[in-house]
Design a protein around this ligand. Structure first.
Ligand code: SF4
Ligand code: SF4
Length: 365
């Protein structure tokens, strides 16, 4: 059962080293304070009046990526990322957070996204299947959305678009802006209701995690039980197996890796599907990153891109270094946020970045 007060988990984590080896921030910084037990000990020490909140300690709390690797490797399922988000919420309430957090809060409250001064678009029409667009597919990598719509049309599905230009709520929650996260969550659920769809497709594991788990555990908002939630990758794979979607091979033999998107580690059973889709269009099997699947590391598309941009870049560069080290020349993934971050740095590594949905759309038979 999920614990009522996640901050209490820091008492269990502060002297535990069992997930330290999988923390991506610990890997790129090599700083002991920036490890799961380091964050827990910092929080527990403030609680004991051994430390106080100041620029340094607040900065430490805002350096966790909220990626979920620690909890995914915890045999007792301690929700340390939720504890850190809850502490950030207290810092926000006490006006102790970094200035940028309040700037993002204003943008999310006014525009529903941190990228453009543009309000989310209303839902048009109704149907059985809806697709959550969000803000990253609208503003930072729209090619993914175009490709998905093309693929779905070929499978005979014309989805109702919801949440067009609106953040799913993860960013706000991760920054400690739980009331803003709640507002965004309710707006997205209202869109779903307006669409009358009984199935919601999502573009990324990050959306899936946010709707299926974060809303409930961090915000106390239930996902409507009568609405099925499904990743687009899983839907396309089902269509492919049923013969409702036909793809042809590209003949492109460039050695590649598939990068499990940010938050994929939070969904234990999703790892085979995107690899299967790639197998259906590429002549060779992909190489594998060291940090993959159940130990997949994120790139920079978490709240760190706003609060700690250098650290976000380090995480993205670590994914590209991993790609080079396994001998691949191309990195493929489907998450619009990951694609945008990887693309900013890929040329320095002699790599190309390919969107999974775009690749599949190019291969429609
Ligand atoms: S999340 Fe689990 S494994 Fe990680 S520090 Fe806490 S108790 Fe240890
Ligand atoms: S959420 Fe990610 S960055 Fe934060 S402590 Fe856990 S593994 Fe490390």
């Amino acid at each position: 059962m999920y614990i009522e007060k996640p901050i209490a988990t820091t008492e269990n984590c502060r002297f535990c080293l069992m997930c330290r080896h999988v923390c991506p921030v610990a890997h790129v910084t090599q700083v002991e304070t920036l490890t799961p037990h380091g964050w827990a000990l910092t929080i527990a020490s403030v609680d004991r009046d051994l430390l106080e909140w100041n620029e340094e300690t607040v900065g430490v709390v805002y350096k966790c990526a909220d990626c979920g690797n620690c909890r995914s490797h915890c045999v007792t399922d301690q929700p340390l990322p939720d504890a850190i988000a809850a502490v950030r919420d207290q810092l926000v309430q006490g006006k102790l957070a970094q200035d940028v957090v309040y700037e993002i809060q204003q943008a999310l409250q006014k525009w529903g996204n941190p990228y453009e001064k543009e309000a989310p678009q209303p839902v048009q029409g109704q149907g059985e299947v809806a697709l959550f667009v969000g803000d990253e597919a609208k503003y930072v990598w729209p090619m993914a959305l175009e490709a998905v719509l093309k693929l779905l049309r070929c499978a005979g599905v014309e989805p109702v678009l919801i949440g067009i230009g609106r953040n799913n709520g993860y960013l706000a929650s991760s920054l400690g802006l739980s009331q803003t996260a709640e507002t965004l969550a309710y707006a997205n659920l209202e869109d779903l209701k307006a669409s009358s769809a009984d199935r919601l497709l999502v573009l990324t594991p990050g959306d899936f995690f946010t709707f299926s788990q974060l809303y409930d555990e961090r915000l106390g908002i239930d996902w409507p039980q009568d609405r099925e939630l499904l990743e687009v990758t899983a839907f396309l794979n089902d269509q492919l197996e049923a013969g409702a979607l036909r793809l042809k091979s590209t003949g492109d033999g460039i050695p590649y890796v598939y990068m499990d998107p940010t938050h994929a580690v939070r969904m234990k059973t999703r790892h085979a599907v995107p690899r299967q889709l790639l197998k259906s269009v590429l002549p060779t099997a992909g190489l594998e990153l060291f940090w993959r699947q159940e130990r997949g590391h994120p790139c920079g598309n978490t709240a760190l891109q706003f609060t700690q941009p250098q650290l976000a870049d380090q995480l993205t560069q670590a994914r590209l270094t991993d790609t080079v080290q396994v001998g691949a020349r191309k990195i493929i993934t489907e998450d619009p946020g990951c694609l945008s971050h990887l693309s900013r740095h890929a040329s320095q590594f002699g790599l190309t970045v390919q969107g999974l949905y775009e690749l599949l759309a190019e291969c429609l038979a």
